[in-house]
Design a protein around this ligand. Structure first.
Ligand code: 4AD
Ligand code: MG
Length: 439
């Protein structure tokens, strides 16, 4: 086909911008979603990624070749159409095109995804095509909004974006979920968290955050676990546990209200009950781990003090609340090596998880970092981690150590909650899960 941009005499307009062109002629470039014909009139419904446009073709209004071309179009064929735009309240988006010309860019082969119901595995196998569906587009549009909200919020709070590396020489979140890889003649791991690097950056810049992928060889096949996920991790010098809890609360309130404000249409498209999101206001309920254990027992769950909460426990705890719930002061034994001990209870640490309501569970993990070099050295030992890999990290305690705190918020879990999805697999364009590496 010849160059499309040269051939146009009318402006190439995105469907989302089309309403501004009512009364004029425009060009739209997109894909055919479906087509129906009465024999005299054909309706072509196109999508271009920004919206959906209905184009009407009258047999008597176009050359017979154009009519026949339309007649032969298959679902997902790519086309360039031109025509006059008119307002029509019945059409999607409130406008309709009276089509005058059509160029076929590529005729699609029979498309595997039809409007009939498909199983999850089939759709996941065709994820590269499934992304074209209205529902997946709405979800991923909300994802982009969540990420932008995270970034805008942190920037506004005066935190500097400092990227953390993906190849790392040491573990951050325990050795059981490490992805090992060859790094020339050394062993390396894919990052589980940028935290340790953000701690270094916080000693340089005071307030920092990173945003990037994290990798965990999680053997658990649950609705909350991905092998590769995206996380934002702020780190704050001279801050305490209290400071970061307040920051988390502001971040979550901001993110939810921003999605409600800017992505209401997408939330409606996926039938999210927005009234539940409208209830997300500060202050969030805050309980200590001990109280969480008591609540679990009261709900009829046998739970021993000192254990970590599993998915079911989190579901129970977070089903009881309307707003997110902070659980603080976990036993040190269930958390990573770097947690500052609780001065009021040596068994506990200055940690905090934020659980999303409606049974969604943990979306944020964080806390105050260990200040003492001696204790840090001992903890690294107790966790059977190699001291030499952490010498650089221990330098942060040797040269002007200050109290500091931070957290990590997972994009996919946050989105699963905001969008009201029952599994994280739809929250990321190409999910990596225990049994899925393709497409
Ligand atoms: O609680 P986590 O493991 O905390 C850390 O990694 C800290 N180093 C963060 C920090 O303090 N800078 O993970 C933080 C968040 C979780 O609350 C969850 O939202 C997400 O990351 N997350 C996952 N999301 C999807 N799949 C997984 N397998 C996840 N593991 C953690
Ligand atoms: Mg956690």
């Amino acid at each position: 086909m010849s160059s499309v941009s040269q051939s146009s005499t009318v402006p190439w307009v995105r469907v989302s911008e089309a309403p501004a062109h009512v009364g004029g002629s425009i060009e739209v470039r997109g894909w055919l979603m479906h087509r129906r014909s009465s024999g005299k009139v054909q309706f072509l419904v196109l999508r271009d990624g920004s919206g959906v446009l209905q184009c009407v073709v009258g047999r008597n209004d176009v050359a017979p070749t154009v009519w026949d071309l339309c007649d032969g179009l298959t679902q997902e064929s790519s086309v360039i159409v031109r025509g006059a735009l008119r307002a029509d309240a019945r059409a999607p988006g409130g406008v309709e095109m009276g089509m005058q010309s059509l160029e076929l860019v590529a005729l699609a082969e029979p498309y595997p995804i039809s409007p009939k119901e498909h199983g999850t595995e089939f759709l996941m196998d065709h994820r590269h095509l499934w992304l074209r569906s209205a529902r997946q587009q709405a979800i991923l549009t909300i994802r982009a909004e969540v990420i932008q909200a995270f970034r805008d919020f942190m920037d506004h709070e005066g935190f500097l974006l400092v990227d953390a590396p993906v190849f790392t020489p040491n573990a951050c979140e325990g050795t059981t979920t490490l992805f090992e890889t060859q790094y020339f003649d050394q062993r390396a791991y894919l990052t589980q968290s940028g935290q340790l690097y953000e701690e270094a950056a916080a000693m340089a810049f005071g307030r920092v955050y990173c945003f990037g992928p994290a990798f965990r060889a999680e053997k658990s096949k649950t609705r909350r676990h991905l092998i590769e996920f995206w996380m934002m991790e702020p780190e704050w010098a001279f801050a305490t546990l209290e400071d970061v809890i307040a920051l988390e609360e502001r971040l979550v309130v901001y993110t939810v209200s921003r999605v409600l404000e800017r992505r209401r249409q997408e939330l409606e498209a996926i039938e999210r009950d927005v009234s539940k999101l409208e209830r997300v206001k500060a202050p969030f309920v805050r309980i200590r781990y001990d109280e969480a254990v008591a609540r679990l027992r009261a709900a009829g769950h046998a739970f021993e003090w000192g254990g970590d909460f599993g998915g079911t426990d989190e579901t129970v705890l977070s089903e009881q609340v309307d707003t997110p719930l902070f659980v603080t002061h976990y036993p040190a034994v269930v958390k990573a090596f770097y947690m500052e001990p609780d001065p009021t209870d040596p068994r506990a640490c200055l940690s905090c998880d934020c659980l999303a309501p409606e049974g969604y569970g943990e979306i944020i993990g964080g806390g105050q970092r260990m200040a003492s070099l001696e204790l840090l050295t001992r903890r690294i030992e107790e966790h059977a981690l190699p001291q030499e890999a952490f010498e650089w990290y221990k330098d942060l305690r040797r040269y002007g150590s200050v109290p500091h705190a931070g957290f990590g918020i997972g994009v996919e879990r946050t989105l699963a909650w905001i969008a009201g999805l029952d599994h994280v697999r739809e929250t990321i364009p190409f999910p990596r899960m225990l049994y899925r590496l393709r497409p």
